[in-house]
Design a protein around this ligand. Structure first.
Ligand code: HAM
Length: 432
């Protein structure tokens, strides 16, 4: 049996590294004062059709749709925003006096895309959504999250692209201009673009088939259709990014592939040479109509999501190693079958005290047990034989200095506390 196309298993180095990254992300969300949400992996199909948009590639070509046994139309989530908005409305978070609601989420998303490097059918996204404020401060804050995070990880070769689609009025004017522009060129566009022309001309701009045509390159730009209010919103976003020393490139061609955006849109690109075509590490923007579209009260929102797989590739490309191999605290060796019960008791007590502890489960001889303790990079080895169990006194060996100690069981935790405290000096081996 083999894994399904476009999916992957996590283990080994990748597993270690992704856990470090995930921990940094959740710590960062504490720092930013965001609240954790988790929504189901599948939702009623309508959530995504109405949320992401009926004319997007994501909804028309890429969703995993199925009927459940009750004949309901269900969809595996292709992204996180629509589900979070559904949950925000259903749980009446709009009534929360603590405005804005700042939310983060993390989990697998599913898109039936053609798999290639950096593009999977099951992939993980970390994302945030901020509800209840139309202040450009929140757009700037959201953009700062991935930028600061990538900086914290040590990534250097990234570029932030920003653009504005404007409010409904600006978008309507732009839509009209696009229709006027594309109408005489319809013959040169693909079948799908004909449908897009009727339903949502903005979607023509992210057509994967026609993207290199000249007519695409010369299409009107959103920025030229912004009304005063939209322009001033965008100017403020840029001002606040400047205030945080966040560099960005204004990219008039950036429209994003989801329907819900208004005002600011942005993407962060890995600009390392040779990274490949799928080099967008994250993307997002403002969506002031989405909560209303999904049945909630009119509430502005802004957010972004980052793909974890591309991030991991970027870390590899920039040779950033986040794994600290700092071994376990204690390794316990029962000398025979008779001491196994006593040993697992000691092991359990140490784990309850927070010491990283492991033991021999393979009935190894003493020599290969010491080998194993070295493989695990154990700081102390605790040897438990007949004598030890009888007297409740343990033999403890410091694996580095080779010093040997006799320690009463009742004093074991104190002994280790004193040893690890003695190292509390920034040496990297101290017990936390
Ligand atoms: P998106 O641009 O569709 O936006 O996806 C965000 C990120 O997810 C992409 O930049 C990419 O890193 C990653 N990603 C997308 N598809 C794949 C794939 N097939 N394989 C691997 N990685 C992928 C959204 O999903 C919006 N919900 C973002 C958002 C949140 N906007 C506002 N709030």
């Amino acid at each position: 049996m083999q894994k399904a196309k476009g999916t992957y298993d996590v283990f080994g180095e990748y597993g270690k590294k992704i856990r470090v990254v995930e921990n940094i992300l959740s710590d960062l969300m504490e720092v930013y004062d965001y609240e954790y949400f988790r929504t189901p992996i599948f939702e009623a199909s309508e959530v995504f059709h109405r949320g992401v948009g009926d004319t997007t590639d994501i909804v028309t070509k890429e969703t995993y749709d199925f009927k459940d046994r009750g004949d309901r139309d269900m969809t595996l989530r292709p992204e996180g925003t629509a589900g979070i908005v559904r949950s925000y409305i259903e749980n009446k978070y709009y009534g929360n006096p603590n405005v804005p609601s700042k939310i983060w989420y993390y989990g697998p998303m599913f898109r039936y895309e053609r798999p290639q490097s950096g593009r999977f059918r099951e992939f993980y996204q970390f994302g945030v959504e901020v509800f209840g404020s139309n202040d450009p401060l929140t757009d700037a804050e959201v953009i700062s999250i991935p930028v600061n995070f990538y900086k914290m990880l040590g990534l250097k070769q990234i570029k932030v692209h920003i653009n504005s689609l404007g409010d409904t009025e600006s978008r309507d004017n732009y839509r009209k201009a696009l229709k006027d522009y594309f109408r005489p060129h319809l013959d040169s566009l693909c079948e799908d673009c004909h449908v897009r022309f009727e339903k949502n001309p903005l979607r023509i701009l992210d057509c994967k088939v026609d993207k290199d045509l000249d007519v695409m390159k010369k299409a009107p730009k959103t920025i030229d259709f912004l009304n005063e209010e939209s322009k001033s919103h965008f100017d403020k976003v840029k001002e606040y990014l400047d205030a945080m020393n966040i560099e960005y490139i204004e990219d008039p061609n950036l429209v994003r592939g989801l329907d819900y955006y208004t005002h600011t849109v942005f993407e962060v690109e890995a600009s390392v040479e040779g990274f490949g075509a799928q080099n967008i590490l994250c993307g997002g923007g403002r969506y002031n109509k989405l909560v209303g579209t999904l049945g909630g009260p009119d509430t502005p929102g802004v957010g972004f999501a980052m793909g974890m797989e591309r991030l991991m590739t970027a870390l590899d490309y920039e040779k950033i190693n986040l794994i600290e191999e700092d071994g376990i605290d204690a390794y316990i060796i029962p000398m025979s079958e008779n001491e196994k019960g006593y040993s697992i008791g000691i092991c359990n007590a140490l784990r309850l005290s927070g010491y990283r502890t492991d033991m021999d489960y393979m009935s190894r001889n003493i020599k290969s047990n010491f080998k194993q303790s070295e493989r695990l990079n154990a700081k102390y080895v605790i040897i438990i034989g007949e004598e030890e169990t009888k007297n409740n006194v343990l033999t403890i060996k410091d694996n580095e200095t080779k010093d040997e100690y006799k320690v009463k069981v009742s004093e074991l935790v104190d002994f280790l506390d004193s040893k690890f405290d003695a190292h509390e000096c920034g040496c990297g081996h101290c017990h936390e």
